[in-house]
Ligand binder design. Structure first.
Ligand code: NAD
Length: 302
């Protein structure tokens, strides 16, 4: 029995995820410090309380969907006079973090949770707000086998694919590796389209060749950065996200952190991170990350 879930962080992702748990009949108690998030959650029938401590009291599972690893570790340990949730929770509570955070931070979160007599699972998601609303997220899970069995039925209420990637931190590791491929490949596809333009090649001709050849990848065939070849891609709606540039920049900073902490010679990952930091800082934060092609084109002369 997974009993009551304390759900902390009901923002763009957490709000609809909690709503899906409620819809499935699960007991959920929510907390978020931002009034707008509280109101939105209440509208979806999620009971909200005034403090994280209150939410955790009586919960068997503490699910966090927070902006960063610092938020997660601060909540676990306590900060600014607030008690740490690890000390408030009943023994053997399962701490389930679905935020996207550094692999090192996820391992640290697991270590301190275990030390405090609890269980810990990292389960970052892909699929965005659309997937959160539709309950079709992919969860990448780092957990001990018995803890994976505990969280799987909960995650299935919010997602479609639940992948057990390994021990503590493995979910974050899978997410950061995948998104590094995505960031690098989107830049490569975008550079190729701009080069094709300069060489007098139509978008459709390059698409028809590359999508059936060795250049084939998701950035090309699903999220194609030029309008036309893939009608549903954000390029066809002036780069409305989709997957926002700010989130790609965040995920690539996590990739750089992982490259550095492991000593991997990841030149492309570092470069992709710089490129997306600049994109986000220069107006791309709220645009789809495939809008990087307009930056490349602008910087390539007339
Ligand atoms: P968000 O900023 O909309 O939501 C985060 C919420 O956490 C906010 O409402 C904030 O008030 C709340 N919060 C902060 N500190 C808290 C605390 N101590 N206790 C309780 N609540 C607290 O962010 P989001 O877009 O929902 O993303 C959440 C996480 O999911 C991030 O780690 C993000 O990288 C990841 N993610 C987001 C997307 C996406 O498309 N938005 C996709 C995949 C993964």
């Amino acid at each position: 029995d997974t009993g009551t879930i304390a759900f902390l962080g009901l923002g763009h992702m957490g709000g609809p995820m909690a709503a899906n748990l409620i819809k499935a009949g699960h007991r959920v108690v929510g907390f978020d410090p931002v009034p707008a998030a509280v109101e939105a959650a209440k509208e979806h029938g999620v009971p909200m309380v005034a403090s994280a401590e209150e939410a955790v009291n009586g919960a068997n599972v503490v699910l966090t969907m927070l902006p960063s690893g610092k938020h997660v570790l601060d909540a676990y340990r306590g900060v600014d006079g607030a008690p740490g949730l690890l000390s408030v929770a009943a023994p053997d509570t399962l701490f389930l973090d679905c935020s996207t955070i550094n692999v090192d931070e996820a391992r640290e979160a697991a270590a301190i949770a275990l030390e405090a007599g609890h269980r810990s699972v990292d389960a970052p998601v892909s699929g965005g707000v659309v997937g959160a609303e539709a309950g079709t997220l992919t969860f990448m899970v780092g957990a001990l086998p018995e803890d994976f069995e505990t969280v799987k039925p909960i995650l299935e209420l919010m997602g479609r694919r639940i992948v057990h990637c390994g021990d503590h931190g493995a979910g974050q590791a899978a997410k950061v590796c995948n998104n590094m491929i995505l960031g690098v490949s989107m830049i490569a596809v975008s550079e190729a389209f701009v080069l094709g333009e300069k060489l007098g090649l139509t978008h459709q001709a390059l698409f028809d060749v590359a999508s059936n050849a060795s250049g084939q990848c998701w950035a090309l065939t699903t999220n194609c950065p030029v309008p036309g070849p893939v009608p549903a891609s954000p390029a066809n709606r002036d780069y409305q996200p989709g997957f926002a540039g700010a989130l790609m920049a965040k995920d690539l900073r996590l990739a750089v952190n992982a490259l550095e902490s492991t000593g991997v010679d990841g030149k492309m990952g570092h470069l992709a991170s710089q490129i997306y930091d600049t994109f986000a800082a220069e107006g791309g934060a709220g645009r789809d990350f495939s809008g990087i092609i307009t930056d490349i084109r602008d910087k390539s002369g007339a």
